[in-house]
Design a protein around this ligand. Sequence first.
Ligand code: 1CP
Length: 336
Amino acid sequence: MKLLQVLNGEPVWPPPVWLMRQAGRYLPEYRATRAQAGDFISLCLNPSLAAEVTLQPIRKFGFDAAILFSDILILPMALGQDLRFTEGEGPRLPPLQHIQQLNLAKAPGIYAPVLQTVANLRASLPPQTALIGFAGSPATVSCYMLDGEGGGGFPRTRQLAYEQPGFMDNVIELLAEATITYLQGQLDAGADCLMLFESWAGIFPPAQFRKYVIAPTRRITTALRAKNPGVKIIGFPRLAGLMLGEYAREAGVDAIGLDTVTGLAEAKAACPPNTIFQGNLDPLLLKLGGKAMDEEVQSLLSSLKTRPHIFNLGHGITPDVPEQNVARLMELIRGA
Ligand code: 1CP
């Protein structure tokens, strides 16, 4: 598996490629399967349909990795928080008031179908395609749990981190614990490697970044590695800015997903010499296609030639991306 070769530090050419949110609304077959499931959460909790949508982009484009189809908010749901996805508005949860509302012991029974999806995928993926399991990192998941929605910059979470750090600490600690068990379940079910999505790393000032982003991520990577020597973990500390180097040195991840605004040259300068990166084509260019996309892909590829790298976007693919642009992207990478 090319993806694992890169994560082991071997340069592979052309680089392995997959896209964040590669199973999604830009694909008509995804929309059809989602309609069959009824709604998004039912799709995440239906092991055969969730496996089917995971495989759709692999069949169509031949990506080097499949990512389990689920969502980072399935874990808070399994811990007892009500979760809804309203069409066009994204996730909604009742903002968490007390740590006692969460039940760590019951969670595995509720997310069991997700682990079954992993097992189904293990049995049906082509042997060269790596299977990525994932979870949200505690800070990012806590943002949604405490604010109840994603669109407003998480004012309650940010306020609680200053005014009720004891509560925030408890939430992060419980999430770290739950995430270790959840990801261990995914490894046991057959995931080849893992990714931790820290999409909102960028809202935390440095002291909180150390406490809520780096420390819990380190706890998760250390615990998983103690039980699964050699397991590879990709971190995605989106918009980490000048904290990127510290994250790379201390969070214990094997590779770093770069967001759209972090240049490879700047990332190289900030991180230890052998850091492996994943990314980071602007998803807007994938939507626009044409000359602008071709030129940027060629320029990104030429800067990767001598190092192990996983080609990806800098954030998730959007529903308005034309499929033929994804096909063109694959042609450019595979022809490199
Ligand atoms: O069908 C639909 O309309 C639902 C859209 C959708 C999809 C396809 C959501 C709702 N989640 C997903 C799948 C998903 N989410 C995957 C599956 C695998 C794949 O990549 O193909 C993964 C890995 C995620 C991770 C996720 N969910 C993140 C982290 C990555 C990122 O995008 O930054 C986050 C922040 C979420 C929350 C979430 N779920 C869905 C939406 C629209 C959001 C974002 C809400 C917001 O804007 O704050």
